[in-house]
Design a protein around this ligand. Structure first.
Ligand code: FAD
Length: 395
């Protein structure tokens, strides 16, 4: 089997690239193969609001077949290995697929099993997570059933997708606990393997004020390593002293550690940390020039979000087309990413920044302020932009 362009992963990045390529080069119709074993496609940014009970889980899910752009071919199989020297990928059923150009868009791997006892407790014993379609409803269940005590929200020391998501659900929970009149019986804690609340100073300043106002207790440099579900104990490792700290919980929202997918880590495409080793500006692979990486699996030193992909996809497409026309690869991505940090039902700080870690804002007002309008944009407008704009190669 041979295709001009093979795209590994039909998530946000893979579909955006395929749709845009076909829009800009109709002659590629029938020559683009998308490989993805998943039958469903998810708009994951909605899961924060699903966990908070503001949106139904089903609104985030569509059939994968419905997002495959016309002119692209979808093979519902996982890629098992890469052989970039021979321009070849192997699928899980043993098919060899040859390509002229390869785009790797396989997302990030959630390492649930790196926390002892987590899998066994997930969805019960007060343990929940927004980081999976299967478990996201358990977050809302926990919020509704919470009667007081310790509500813990964790973040790992690893890179995660959407760096703000571990705290967004905590702010919604705090708001909900106030509405349901249990907040005065609760201790809300953010226990994080990171060293601060947010990487960009402007937004960190705003968030620290939110935390103070909401009377949330923070513990940094604490990595969750074990859940003892039936005892309702969470065990953290203090990252400097390596001491184990046990904290009892009544509910705990867990964001597990994440890493590059194993099949990428073990491949010739990976850098030392396991990510697809691409140039941070052109998104072209640093060793195999006919390979590009996009999205969560790429080695880009910026926050991993769908918003970032919206700016990466045009770069990948322009550079791919340049290569096909034997032109130099010149289009550059500046590291733009965005994190709409929900701070309650009806309030949001819209963080936008780039490789300089300085704000790179869209609107002519101070986005470091909590705003109702920005919350509405996240809830109502961004899903429409995603399904009808980004996935259609229009924006
Ligand atoms: P994905 O969209 O995850 O797609 C990867 C695809 O690769 C999947 O379809 C998968 O099946 C496929 N795949 C995996 N392995 C293989 C294989 N071996 N072979 C072939 N295919 C494979 N982003 C924002 O911009 N704003 C937000 O507010 C926001 N909030 C978030 C909140 C939560 C709770 C979560 C979980 C994410 C959030 N994100 C947010 C992040 C955003 O969803 C991701 O950054 C984005 O989806 C990444 O796109 P991707 O294409 O890299 O990966």
């Amino acid at each position: 089997m041979h295709y001009k362009v093979v795209i590994v992963g039909g998530g946000s990045g893979g579909i955006s690239v395929a749709a845009r390529l076909l829009r800009e080069a109709r002659n590629l119709s029938g020559q683009i193969l998308i490989l993805d074993p998943a039958g469903k496609h998810y708009y994951q940014p909605l899961w924060t609001l699903v966990g908070g009970g503001a949106v139904n889980r089903e609104a985030s899910e569509r059939e994968e077949s419905s997002v495959i752009p016309e002119g692209a071919v979808w093979l519902q199989e996982a890629v098992q290995s890469f052989n970039p020297e021979e321009n070849k990928v192997m699928t899980s059923s043993g098919k060899a697929i040859l390509y002229d150009y390869l785009v790797v868009a396989a997302g990030i791997q959630i390492d649930w099993n790196k926390i002892k006892g987590l899998k066994e407790s997930m969805g019960k014993d007060g343990v929940c997570s927004n980081y999976s379609y299967d478990y996201v409803n358990s977050t809302w269940e926990n919020l509704r059933n919470f009667k007081g005590g310790n509500a813990i929200f964790t973040a790992p020391s690893t890179v995660v997708k959407c760096g703000g998501a571990p705290q967004k659900i905590m702010y919604l929970a705090d708001d909900y606990f106030r509405k349901s009149k249990v907040r005065d019986k609760a201790k809300v804690m953010f226990v994080s393997g990171g060293t601060k609340i947010f990487g960009v100073e402007k937004y960190a300043d705003s968030l620290n004020k939110v935390i103070e106002r909401k009377e949330i207790e923070t513990h940094f440099k604490h990595n969750l390593i074990e859940i003892r579900g039936t005892e309702k104990i969470a065990v953290f490792e203090q990252l400097d002293t390596k001491q184990h700290v046990e904290i009892p919980f009544d509910m705990i929202h867990v964001v597990p550690p994440m890493s590059s997918p194993d099949f990428i880590k073990s491949s010739a495409l990976a850098n030392a940390e396991g990510w697809v080793d691409v140039d941070k500006f052109t998104l072209q692979h640093n060793r195999f020039s006919n390979v590009f990486g996009i999205g969560d699996c790429a080695s880009l030193p910026t926050s991993k979000t769908g918003a970032a992909i919206r700016k990466q996809a045009p770069v990948v497409v322009a550079n791919l087309l340049s290569m096909m026309h034997k032109q130099p690869v010149v289009k550059e991505y500046n590291g733009y990413t965005s994190c709409p940090i929900v701070t309650g039902y009806g309030s949001l700080i819209l963080a936008e920044f780039n490789y300089t870690n300085e704000p790179d804002e869209t609107f002519p007002f101070d986005q470091g302020k909590e705003r109702w309008s920005m919350y509405q944009m996240k809830k109502e407008l961004l899903p429409l932009i995603y399904w009808n704009g980004m996935l259609k190669g229009l924006m």
